[in-house]
Design a protein around this ligand. Structure first.
Ligand code: 3HC
Ligand code: NAI
Length: 688
């Protein structure tokens, strides 16, 4: 049994116990249905409290059932059964009431929650819309504007805010079950509110739907579900309850089988599996109770902020007192930014900053559990730092480098206890970006590696294990993206056309806009280092721009021109002339959007396949996560390799052959059919 019934006088307590998150499996639905029947038939029951065991209230429909034929009782019927029960039900919420879980709560006459709880309809994040009346009941409860915000973004609302918006009726301190019983007992002595199905939807301004539709479309970047969710809320406002319910259900069923929903489900499960890779099962991570960061620049300050956000005390070590002050001031700016955006209160901001000690004295690290180095990208400087750390720190303290391109083996060469060393490659801004590449050396102990993954869990990041090569997983693929973008310019495309095509593919920015934002100088520095190693990096046009000190927005121009104080990219005659000059020898052709996308994305797939074959990445899923969380690859496409499988590897190999024949890309790599999925997925054979 997943559901039990107990009694407290005339109040019945219905408890769901379906670990891990009380998802609404068929068994739970059936048991709840039976409970409603039993309690309706019992004249001694005057009200019902619905509560959950374990870490959370109902987290939603059971996503594992999505690929299977729907089984009765269907969720919309169950919600209606509870809503029309002879006695009022009170949902008592802890943890999260999400998706179908919140829809069940909307079927209850009352909702109360503990202060730490949140409620929401996150279905759009799975490529679907609520399927059990969420879009129909919610506007009846809080009006179409707030309902639209909730269902189109999927963002959950915390208890206090939910109370002020009318999503819940009370926030209870102390024991939830007792609070719910008291609430139910006092509620039945007063006149009951109408069930939501009997309430009307408040009117909205005549222009509301059109304005909102434009805003949602822009934000959704070609993702279907948000606009479909908006259409459902609109139907709820304009049609009767039953018509709106039928419309929502139809939309839900259509989307559930869509490729976008399949991609988003893939990402959902992949993200949840990432922090616990099977090869580290049973390996105990080291305890992390304190941390230090060496270097308080862009990355060091961001990493320190992320560590503080997770509650760790942080020591920030810099070269001299002035640099300590700059580092602390960088951190202050980060917390002030979070404060301005309403993410933290002034008290929390002060407490976060107070938990950081700035120093130039390495001996203060003698008891620290974890040290992350983020000093200049210079092998000698980094080696000097680690040689000091390896003498000062405890033998079991974990030592990590945040290098982007240097070889961690060389950085760690000669340190004491190399088994405690690894790479932890954060992405900028480090307190915001979710991706963390974890890079073991040949000496890294399993416990050290497991500590990297445990740290990612503490910091709420998505960890991916990466092997050692130039750029690890993400930046190595990025190099191909940029090289392809330049090849396109040489072959007749414009920066505007390339950027527009990649935005249309679903990226937040095209490759040239992104370089102008981040600055062209970092990549120029990498190319210089690569040339010093005897390599020949390909960036003929970027080199010319850097020679003119066109480093992007910060220097007033890069791939585009910028007016002072305006970030709008504008056509640059200088850049057009440089491209024309560099392209003299290359045959020119017309480029449509689809060909531009192929010429960039398919070589990325090719590089990623090499990365898998070389075991720099262990799984195709890891590459999906790297691209989504490090580089803005559209989540609804499921990541780079999920996209590749959808396109078909044989087709991709053939397209790559075509590009290669015209000097526009490398040919597909050997073993192209092996993209390293953990789960069995039927693959088409590649062309070679
Ligand atoms: N169905 C099935 N399994 C689920 C699930 C769901 N809805 N939600 C979470 N799980 C599983 C996870 O896969 C994971 O399994 P594992 O331990 O085997 O890896 C386990 O529960 C724990 O999940 P997390 O690691 O995410 O645990 P957290 O404590 O960090 O987070 C949570 C808990 C906030 C509930 C988070 O899991 C979450 O956001 N879940 C998704 C909620 C959601 O999207 N609900 C809507 C579903 S669609 C729907 O309801 C349609 C309806 O409108 C008809
Ligand atoms: P930065 O130049 O902003 O900061 C480096 C800081 O290190 C400076 O504050 C400097 O004073 C300090 N420092 C130098 N030598 C030191 C020493 N011996 N002891 C203590 N502090 C010292 O550089 P940034 O951008 O923060 O990069 C740091 C590291 O992070 C580099 O290895 C870089 O490759 C890597 N990285 C950078 C990313 C980025 O987007 N900027 C992204 C991911 C990694």
């Amino acid at each position: 049994m997943t559901v039990t019934i107990e009694r407290n006088g005339d109040i019945a307590i219905v408890t769901i116990d379906n670990p891990p998150v009380n998802a609404l499996s068929q068994a739970v639905r059936q048991d709840l249905w039976n409970a409603a029947e039993t309690l309706d038939a019992d004249p001694s029951v005057r009200a019902v409290v619905l509560i959950c065991d374990g870490r959370t209230f109902i987290a939603g429909a059971d996503v594992n059932e999505f690929g299977k034929p729907p089984m009765p009782p269907h969720l919309p019927d169950l919600v209606a059964r509870i809503e029309t029960a002879a006695k009022p039900w009170v949902a008592a919420i802890h943890g999260s009431a999400l998706g179908g879980g919140f829809e069940v709560a909307l079927g209850c006459r009352f909702r109360i929650a503990v202060p730490s709880a949140s409620v929401g309809l996150p279905e759009v994040r799975l490529g679907i819309v609520p399927g059990a009346g969420g879009t129909v009941r919610l506007p009846r409860l809080i009006g179409p504007a707030l309902a639209t915000e909730m269902v189109t973004t999927g963002t959950p609302v915390a208890a206090q805010k939910a109370r002020s918006q009318g999503l819940i009726d009370a926030v209870v301190e102390g024991d939830l079950e007792k609070g719910a019983i008291d609430f139910a007992r006092s509620a039945i002595d007063q006149s009951l509110p109408l069930p939501l199905r009997q309430r009307g939807v408040p009117a909205v301004d005549a222009t509301f739907w059109e304005t909102t539709s434009k805003a949602v479309a822009t934000r959704a970047r070609r993702e279907d579900a948000p606009l479909r969710a908006l259409a459902c809320v609109r139907k709820a406002a304009e049609a009767d309850f039953e018509t709106a319910m039928a419309f929502e259900r139809q939309t839900f069923l259509e989307l559930r089988g869509s490729p976008q929903a399949a991609a988003l489900r893939h990402v959902f499960f992949t993200e949840r599996a990432a922090p616990r890779p099977p090869e580290l099962a049973g390996v105990e991570p080291r305890k992390i109770r304190s941390a230090a960061v060496i270097g308080g620049g862009t990355m060091g300050a961001g990493i320190a902020a992320a560590l503080r956000d997770a509650g760790l005390p942080v020591t920030l070590v810099e070269r001299d007192e002035a640099a300590v002050e700059r580092g602390l001031s960088n951190l202050r700016s980060i917390f002030e930014g979070s404060l301005k955006r309403g993410k933290i209160s002034p008290d929390v901001a002060a407490e976060r900053l107070a938990g950081v000690t700035g120093t130039t004295d390495y001996s203060q690290l003698s008891a620290t559990d974890l040290v992350i180095e983020a000093v200049f990208e210079d092998l000698d400087v980094k080696r000097e730092v680690f040689s000091r750390l390896s003498t000062v720190c405890r033998a079991d303290a974990v030592l990590a480098t945040n290098t982007s391109y240097l070889n961690p083996e060389q950085i760690a060469a000669g340190i004491r206890h190399p088994e405690r060393f690894l790479g932890l490659h954060f992405f900028s801004p480090a307190h915001v970006m979710k991706l963390l590449e974890i890079v073991p050396t040949a000496h890294t102990a399993p416990a050290t590696l497991a500590t990297g993954f445990a740290l990612a869990r503490m910091l709420n990041k998505i960890p991916v294990r990466a092997g050692i090569c130039d750029g690890f997983i993400g930046n190595r693929i990025l190099k191909v993206t940029r090289a392809q973008a330049e090849r396109l310019l040489l072959a007749g495309a414009t920066p505007q056309a390339v950027d527009a095509a990649m935005r249309s593919f679903g990226l937040p920015m095209g490759p040239f806009e992104a370089q102008d934002l981040g600055g062209l100088d970092i990549a120029a520095f990498q190319r210089k280092a690569a040339r010093a190693r005897g390599e020949t990096p390909f960036a003929p046009i970027a080199e010319r721009l850097c020679a003119l000190e066109r480093f992007g927005q910060k220097s007033g121009g890069g791939w585009y021109d910028y007016a002072k104080g305006d970030r709008t990219p504008r056509h640059s005659d200088i850049v057009a002339d440089i491209i024309a000059g560099e392209a003299r020898e290359t045959p020119q052709r017309e480029w449509d959007e689809a060909s531009i996308i192929d010429c960039i994305v398919l070589p990325m797939v090719n590089e990623a396949t090499k990365i898998l074959n070389e075991k720099v990445a262990l799984r195709a899923e890891d590459i999906d996560l790297v691209e989504i969380h490090g580089y803005g690859f559209p989540r609804w496409r499921g990541g780079l390799m999920h996209y590749a499988e959808g396109r078909g590897l044989a087709e991709i190999a053939a397209r790559l052959d075509e590009f290669a024949a015209n000097g526009l890309a490398e040919p597909p790599c050997n073993h192209f059919e092996n993209i390293g999925r953990e789960r069995e997925i039927p693959l088409e054979k590649g062309s070679n």
